[in-house]
Every structure is written in C-alpha cells, then in structure tokens.
Ligand binder design. Structure first.
Ligand code: ZN
Ligand code: ZN
Length: 340
C-alpha cells in the first residue's frame, strides 16, 4: 500500500508583504484538534494581520481564515466530529469553554481564543490543524469554494444583522458594497428588511438593486443621512466600508434608538459629537464575526435563500496574486484559493 504523503504544500508569509510556496511536514492533530484536507480558502482583508504584520506575528505563518475541507484525522478528546466530515474554519480559532465569557455563553469574546492564520497556521494550505470547538458544519448543497467566503465575510454580516435590533420591515442600510457589503445586502433582503445600499458613485446602483437593495444612495451625489431620513430613518446601518468618516456620516440617518454597527476593520477614527448620539438615543457599536453555531446558520440560510458570494478562484500556488488582487480593491468581490 502506498504511504500517504508526509508533506503538504502551503503558502506562508515570511515577511511584510511576502508570500511563498512551501512544503511542510504532516503532523497529527493534538488534543482537542482535527486535521483537515483543505479544499478552498477565501482571501480576506484581515489576512493583512499576518501578511503585513498588522498584528504581532511570528513569521513564517500560513494565513487564511475562510477554510473549508474534510476532516482526515481526529485528535484525542474530540467529540461530535468525524473523519470525512466537511467543515469550515473561520477567524476565531475555537473557544476554551472555561473563561468567564465562555461560561456566560459569549463564545466570540472568549479570552483564550487564538485567531486562525495569525497565532497558528491557517487555510492557505492543503492541510491545516484546527481546534474542534471552532469548527462549522458545511452543508452538502454548497461547494467548498462557495462556502469559504461565507465563513468570515458572510458570518460577520449575517451575525450582525441577526443580532441587531432591526425587525422585519425595518429600514436597514448597508454602507459599502464590497466583499462584506455585497453579502450584507443579500442577507438583509432575505431577512425581510427594507434595504438601502450606500455606495460611492452611480456605477454601483444596478449591482445594488440586483443584490436585492430597494434603494441605492450615491454618497458622492447625496448626503446619506438625509437620504435615510427621507425613507423614515434606518433602524440599523451596517458599516462595512473601512472608512470612519463615512460611518460617522450615517449616524444622523438613524431613527430614534437606531444603531450603526461597525464591521470594517480600520484604524480610521469614527468621530462623533455626543449630540449625534444622545438626542434620539442612537448608538455606534462593533461586532466581531460570530459563533460557530451562527456560522452553521449562515451557511444554511445562504442555501435556503440562495445568497451567494461573488467569487473569483485561483489555485493555491497563485495565493500571492490573489492576495495582491484583493489588496488592490479590484477583486469582485472575494478571491478564493482552491486546492487540487
Ligand atoms: Zn476575514
Ligand atoms: Zn473561553
């Protein structure tokens, strides 16, 4: 019988902006972990944490936190997951189960949770090791490439909307029609909201409507807050664009007790006057991806409603090119690496 290969191919970051193809030795999954044969991995802007060293990082490190593949080995102490099962791994590397947030059921805020592809190797690889408590279950109706971007971009927007104060029929605005935004518009429409998409320029109007937006607001031509108020005021604005000023500019478009939820990862400050908040009791808050169970729901809801990420695939060995295309802003809208 042929021995299974003892190495696998991975693309790792070796220094700022440098991605290289490498061979790595196959290892057994440790306690509480599984080993996955990766079939697809999305390229996310947060991969800059690893590739550019935005987060403290120890190179070499394999980025990638939108990984889908099949379990091929199960470590000791893992229950509920089996060899052959297709699973997804997102940004949150698996909660600990014993810290205070975990014991309160707030798995996203676990204090002992590593970030996939940051503190340990991620999905730009044929094989990865993942903690079982962070796994998501991938339905058969989704291809691995289609499921991959839903594990971060999808989960982030789906979870924020699902946990927001908006109810069916309420006006929900999506600021930015990019990797996150093009999914957020679809989810908002299928969750039963009145959807306003806010983009810069008239050229995205058709796309926004095709994705399900009832209204398109061109922020280059109109004041978005005034436009939202003309529709009655938004219950929720999902700020998916990485621009603090643009997010701040939507606050006056909220109805009383409305909320802006910041999802775009940026250092750009969101500058507000407290008057913008206290009159009408508005709020601005953040949301970090979601729990694994919400990830399962994201994938299931996507199948049920036909929500899809617009993707461009590239084979693993072209990871540097896929990453560069994502960074250039020219990806429409998510790059996905595929493994043969
Ligand atoms: Zn991400
Ligand atoms: Zn914990």
């Amino acid at each position: 019988m042929a021995q299974p290969a003892s190495t696998y191919r991975a693309v790792h970051a070796v220094g700022p902006g440098q991605l290289e193809l490498a061979k790595k030795p196959l290892t057994d999954p440790p306690l509480g972990h599984v080993r996955i044969r990766v079939e697809a991995c999305g390229v996310c802007h947060s991969d800059t944490a690893t590739v550019e060293g935005v987060f403290p990082i120890q190179w070499p490190r394999v980025p990638g936190h939108e990984a889908v593949g099949r379990i091929d080995a199960v470590g000791d102490g893992v229950e509920g997951w089996a060899v052959g099962q297709r699973v997804g791994v997102g940004f949150l590397g698996g909660s600990c189960g014993h810290c205070l947030p975990c014991r309160n059921g707030d798995l996203v805020s676990c204090q002992n949770q590593a970030y996939t592809g940051v503190q340990h190797d991620g999905g730009y690889a044929e094989v990865m090791i993942a903690k079982a408590s962070g796994l998501m279950s991938v339905p058969d109706d989704l291809s691995s490439a289609a499921a991959a971007p839903l594990l971060c971009a999808g989960l982030t927007t789906f979870s924020a909307l699902r946990n927001s104060s908006a109810k069916a029929g309420d006006l929900v605005a999506v600021l930015g029609i990019g990797g996150l935004g093009h999914l957020a518009v679809q989810y908002a429409r299928h969750m039963g909201f009145e959807v306003a998409a806010i983009g810069r320029g008239a050229d995205k109007a058709n796309l926004a409507r095709k994705l399900g937006a009832h209204h398109y607001i061109d922020s280059a031509a109109t004041n978005p807050a005034e436009a939202l108020q003309a529709f009655g005021g938004a219950a929720v604005v999902l700020a998916t664009a990485s621009a603090g000023r643009a997010a701040a500019d939507t606050v006056k478009g909220l109805r009383p007790r409305g909320e802006v939820i910041a999802l775009g990862a940026t250092e750009d400050p969101i500058e507000l006057s407290s008057f913008d908040l206290l009159f009408s009791s508005r709020s601005v808050k953040g949301a970090l991806t979601g729990t694994p169970a919400t990830g399962d729901a994201t994938l299931k809801f996507s199948v049920l409603s036909g929500v899809e990420a617009m993707i461009e695939t590239m084979p693993l060995e072209r990871a540097a090119e896929a990453y560069a295309k994502m960074m250039s802003g020219k990806a429409r809208f998510r790059m996905v690496l595929t493994m043969a």
